[in-house]
Design a protein around this ligand. Structure first.
Ligand SMILES: *Cc1c(COP(=O)(O)O)cnc(C)c1O
Ligand code: SF4
Length: 361
C-alpha cells in the first residue's frame, strides 16, 4: 500500500529570516545606508531569506555576491526608462489563467507565487510573492488546454518556486497534468537546491522520481560558485541518484558574476556536481533591476572568453529574452546580426530581426 505522504510546508518553522530584526539576531551584518528598502510600504517584492543561504555570506564584504542577491536595497525603487512591469510581455501569452504559452512546443505553468528566497534580481517580480496559488479548477483548465494543444511537448513548472508547495500539492498538480497529457515532459524550475537545500529530502525526491517516466528534469539557478556548497551538492546528488537529470540556468548579474573567471569556476563546478549548464541569461528589463544590468557589449565579451576556456559540456547557451514578448534570442553566435553603438539587430529562432537598445552604464 502506498504510504501516506507527509504534508510539509517548507515556509513555516525555523530556518527563515523574515525581517530586519531576525536578520540582526541571526547575522552580525551591518547594513549599508542603501539597504533599507524593507522600511518602505509593501510596494516592492517581499523579503525572505533562508538562514542557510545567509550563512554563505561573507558579512565583512559589503558587495558580497550572496548579499547582493538577497538583501533588498533602495535601488529596487528606481525604475529606468526601458524597464517594464511585465518585461517579457507574458500577459499576452496566457490563453488560460496561470499558463504561459509563448513557444509552440512548450508552455510554462505558474504553480505558486511563493519562493524560499526572494532574489533581488527576480524578473518575475510582478508575480513573486503576490500571485495567489491556482485553484484545483484552474489547474484542470490548464491541463485541458494542454490536452487540446498536442503541439506542447514540455511543461515548465515555475512560479514562484514549485518546491515551496507541499509534497502532496505538487504531487496532485503533476498528477492532474499527466492525467490529461500522459506524454508531457516536466521541467521543475526551482532555486530550492541553491537557497534551501535542506528541503530536498527522500520523500520529495521519491515523489518526483515517480514522474520520470516520459521525462522530468530539474532546472536550478546557480549564479555564483560559492552557492555550490557541500549541502547544496548533496541535495543535487540525491536528485541525480533518483535518475532525474539536473540542468542549470544562470542569470548574468552585475557585481555578482559579470566576470569570466567567476563564471568559469561556476560552470566547471556545476559539471563537477553533475549539473549541466543550460542557459546563461542576459538580465531582463524588469522594473527596479538596473543595478544588476550588464551592458550587452560586456556580456558578449565575457561569453567570448568562456567559449575559449570551457568545454562544450560546461558551456551554456548565452541568450536574452527580447522585451515585449518577442522571445529568446541566442547571443552565442548567429543571434547578433549587427551592432552600431548601443543599438543591436538581433535574430530570433523564427529568423525575424529585432532592434535591441542596450542599456549603457
Ligand atoms: C524560456 C521559456 C521557455 C523554454 O524555452 P527553452 O528555450 O526551451 O528553454 C518556455 N516558455 C517560456 C514562457 C519561456 O520564457
Ligand atoms: S526563486 Fe526564482 S521566482 Fe523566486 S525570487 Fe528567485 S528568481 Fe524569482
Amino acid at each position: 500500500m502506498k504510504q501516506e505522504k507527509q504534508n510539509t510546508n517548507t515556509l513555516t518553522g525555523p530556518g527563515l529570516i523574515r525581517d530586519q530584526s531576525e536578520l540582526r539576531s541571526q547575522l552580525n551584518l551591518s547594513l549599508r545606508s542603501d539597504e533599507t528598502a524593507w522600511f518602505r510600504a509593501e510596494k516592492g517584492m517581499p523579503f525572505l531569506l533562508p538562514s542557510y543561504y545567509a550563512g554563505l555570506m561573507n558579512i565583512s564584504d559589503p558587495h558580497d555576491p550572496i548579499r547582493l542577491q538577497s538583501i533588498p536595497t533602495d535601488k529596487e525603487f528606481a525604475v529606468a526608462p526601458q524597464e517594464l512591469p511585465d518585461p517579457l510581455g507574458e500577459k499576452n501569452f496566457m490563453p488560460v489563467d496561470f499558463l504561459i504559452h509563448r513557444y509552440a512546443s512548450r508552455a510554462l505553468f505558474l504553480s505558486t507565487g511563493i519562493c524560499a528566497m526572494y532574489c533581488r534580481h527576480c524578473f518575475r517580480r510582478n508575480y513573486t510573492g503576490k500571485l495567489q496559488a491556482p485553484t484545483g479548477k484552474q489547474i484542470v483548465s490548464a491541463a485541458q488546454y494542454l490536452k487540446d494543444h498536442v503541439e506542447i511537448k514540455e511543461l515548465l513548472i515555475s512560479g514562484g518556486d514549485p518546491l515551496t508547495l507541499s509534497i502532496v500539492s505538487l504531487d496532485r498538480l503533476l498528477g492532474i497534468f499527466r492525467d490529461y497529457r500522459p506524454d508531457i515532459v516536466f521541467r521543475i524550475c526551482t532555486r530550492i537546491p541553491v537557497v534551501m537545500p535542506q528541503v530536498i529530502g527522500g520523500t520529495l525526491v521519491e515523489m518526483l522520481a515517480a514522474y520520470r517516466k516520459n521525462g522530468l528534469y530539474v532546472i536550478t539557478q546557480y549564479n555564483h560558485p560559492v552557492e555550490l556548497s557541500f549541502e547544496s551538492r548533496e541535495a543535487v546528488r540525491l536528485i541525480l541518484d533518483s535518475g532525474i537529470p539536473v540542468l542549470n540556468q544562470t542569470v548574468l548579474l552585475k557585481g555578482v558574476n559579470d566576470d569570466a573567471g567567476v563564471l568559469e569556476d561556476l560552470m566547471n563546478g556545476l559539471v563537477g556536481a553533475g549539473i549541466i549548464p543550460y542557459y546563461l541569461f542576459h538580465p531582463d528589463m524588469a522594473e527596479g533591476t538596473s543595478h544588476f544590468r550588464v551592458p550587452l557589449k560586456r556580456g558578449t565579451a565575457i561569453f567570448k572568453q568562456l567559449r575559449a576556456e570551457l568545454s562544450r559540456l560546461a558551456l551554456p547557451e548565452y541568450a536574452v529574452d527580447l522585451p515585449g514578448g518577442l522571445g529568446k534570442v541566442s547571443l552565442s553566435d548567429s543571434g547578433i546580426v549587427e551592432a552600431a553603438g548601443n543599438e543591436y539587430k538581433l535574430r530570433n529562432s523564427n529568423n525575424q530581426i529585432f532592434t535591441y537598445i542596450d542599456f549603457i552604464e
